[in-house]
Write a protein that binds this ligand. Structure first.
Ligand SMILES: Cc1cc2nc3c(=O)[nH]c(=O)nc-3n(C[C@H](O)[C@H](O)[C@H](O)COP(=O)(O)OP(=O)(O)OC[C@H]3O[C@@H](n4cnc5c(N)ncnc54)[C@H](O)[C@@H]3O)c2cc1C
Length: 550
């Protein structure tokens, strides 16, 4: 999508032809005190030429990569983050266009304590940099016939909503909330940040898995508690937020209901970009570097050990340890070159179940819809059938279910005065569907617009000021994601924990994985937890003799 890319790592301001706005770009080398175009750029290499710390390279600056960089900095490494795009954040990239700000990807912050930990590790307070606001109701679900369900963290309010829709399911709701907590205690609190690189860990976790019915899927588990179809939908759709099909995702993900209630649903004022900048600032304060416009072409391996990277264009950077936050399919399928792979072979990658992709439309309007909440699910006429189409048949259906983000409900800074900033997304099959998105995108966008206009945004047609789209092709070409999957590997039981690509690479020594494709999985809490796993696996820098210099 971004054209006019400068030389690898060069300090240039890019003009995105689709956006009409310049983005500050991380310079390759800049002194700590030099003014930079964005807080999110840093390099202290020049200011600390005698830096003798062992060198860690992190490939990719998604939330997982940034969190790993902070933790490696705390463990004594000199850290360099290499990012293909012109700004950090990965899926949490920010588009700025015609006075509107659009968070490209994640919008819902749950488990903010995992973010706070990064600030604490650096001896700072997140509140000094980030203005986090609690959102309640969390979201509204609008069913196809216009009926709505408002989902709140307040138990009394939530029970009243259940009673209004299906009083016969009130007892089931109470049981569900209780059981969701039990699953959360084990699957999230005990296991999310545990390294699953040894079979023994899986064996030890197995009794709990059986007791909590992790072998079942979310839909069937939820159906034990609710008889009303709407409530079954409302309490089972959560795996979609992390790329899973509720019909096949392990019932462990029923934990999300409790996670939301326990920690709340939050928004960072200024959008996700503020959080990305905040974490990048931590890396800067540790003397780390984020180098944008820098695509890693190959991980260099000698005698079975990773020792550096070759950047597109030929530059070689040596490292004592390497962490890949790039897509796992890309890391194993492309970045290891001819290095033989024992487990994650091309065949295994091809046969794996990759998550669905997304169609995302960002748009700004010349008016506001005050009655529309910050987060709304606009459901279509089908649920199970639509999921089958997306995940099993890889068929792009005419109908869809949508998630609508209206950050201006909380944060007026995301749009010019009197305007609304939106994005709407529809889960769609990944690129195995064969859909030619270059041809299809505009008609699909129009259908989405029509649906919004007839449901929650009446009068939308004449009020659009600015518009931008992402399709599965962007996930593949821009973020280098296997088959354009939006959330890497699907969170099925046999692609979770020990079965997922390990955080300590099974293929190459000195290589670690962080982010959506490794344990525990996608979503901000997941990828932040994967950085905690790395923290447990990587040797303390003090135990290494630095082999390489800047
Ligand atoms: C539209 C959307 C909405 C979402 N909503 C939510 C939400 O509300 N809440 C939530 O918790 N989660 C949400 N998610 C999921 C969440 O955003 C992701 O799971 C998470 O951000 C992924 O982080 P990551 O660490 O895996 O890295 P990614 O964000 O995937 O970033 C990886 C980075 O690596 C870079 N890279 C790749 N290859 C190379 C290479 N060879 N060289 C250099 N750099 C490379 C890429 O450019 C990218 O910047 C959403 C996702 C999407 C797409």
């Amino acid at each position: 999508m971004l054209e006019n890319l400068g030389p690898q790592g060069a300090s240039v301001a890019l003009k995105d032809p689709h956006l009409g706005q310049s983005h500050p770009v991380a310079p390759a080398h800049r002194s700590a005190n030099a003014p930079v175009g964005s807080k999110a750029v840093s390099s202290l290499d020049e200011s600390v030429p005698d830096d003798e710390r062992p060198h860690a390279i992190v490939i990719g600056s998604g939330f997982g990569g940034l969190a790993a960089a902070v933790r490696l900095g705390v463990r004594g490494y000199r850290v360099t983050v290499l990012e293909k795009l012109d700004a950090p954040g990965g899926r949490a990239y920010v588009y700025r266009q015609d006075g509107f700000t659009f968070d490209a990807g994640p919008t819902i912050i749950t488990a903010p304590y995992l973010l706070e930990e990064l600030w604490t590790l650096c001896g700072r307070r997140m509140a000094d940099d980030i203005d986090l606001r609690r959102i309640d109701p969390f979201y509204e679900i609008r069913f196809d016939d216009g009926e709505t369900l408002s989902c709140s963290g307040d138990l009394k309010t939530m029970r009243a909503e259940i009673e209004r829709i299906a009083p016969e399911d009130l007892a089931g709701f109470d049981r569900y909330i209780r059981d969701s907590e039990s699953i959360y205690r084990v699957a999230f609190e005990e296991l999310a940040d545990v390294p699953f690189d040894e079979l023994g860990t899986l064996v030890r976790a197995a009794p709990d898995m059986i007791r909590l019915q992790g072998y079942r899927n979310v839909w069937s588990k939820v159906s034990d508690y609710f008889t009303n179809h709407r409530l079954r939908v409302a309490f089972s759709f959560h795996p979609l937020l992390i790329g899973g099909n509720p019909l096949t995702t392990t019932a462990y993900y029923c934990l999300i209901a409790h996670l939301e209630r326990l920690h709340g649903v939050h928004y960072a004022m200024g959008g996700m970009g503020a959080l990305v900048e905040g974490i990048a600032g931590l890396i800067q304060s540790q003397g780390g570097t984020i180098r944008c416009n820098t695509q890693v072409e190959q991980i260099l391996v000698k005698d079975g050990r990773a020792h550096g990277v070759r950047i597109l264009g030929g530059e070689i950077l040596e490292a004592d340890i390497l962490v890949s936050n790039a897509d796992v399919g890309w890391t194993y399928g492309k970045l290891l070159g001819t290095h033989p792979r024992k487990r994650w072979t091309d065949r295994k990658l091809e046969r794996a179940s990759w998550s669905m992709s997304l169609f995302v439309w960002y748009f700004g309007t010349n008016r506001q819809w005050d009655e529309v909440l910050h987060h709304t699910m606009v459901l279509g006429p089908r649920y199970e059938g639509l999921l089958e189409d997306i995940f099993s048949h890889k068929h792009l259906s005419k109908d869809f279910s949508l998630y609508l983000h209206r950050p201006t409900a909380t944060d007026p800074s995301m749009a010019p005065p009197g305007c609304d900033s939106f994005y709407v997304l529809a889960p769609v099959p990944h690129l195995e569907s064969g859909v030619d998105w270059k041809l299809k995108a505009e008609s699909y966008r129009q259908a989405v617009e029509d649906r919004l206009a007839e449901t929650v945004l009446p009068g939308l047609g004449g009020s659009i000021l600015t518009s931008h789209m992402l399709t599965p092709i962007d996930f593949q070409e821009r973020l280098l994601s296997y088959r354009g999957a939006a959330f890497s590997l699907e969170p099925k039981l046999f692609q979770s924990a020990w079965f997922r690509p390990h955080n300590r690479s099974e293929e190459v020594e000195g290589l670690y994985l962080v982010g959506a494709g490794t344990h525990p999985g996608a979503g901000i809490p997941g990828v932040l937890s994967s950085a905690k796993v790395i923290d447990k696996l990587v040797p303390a820098a003090a135990s290494l003799r630095p082999r390489v210099r800047a």
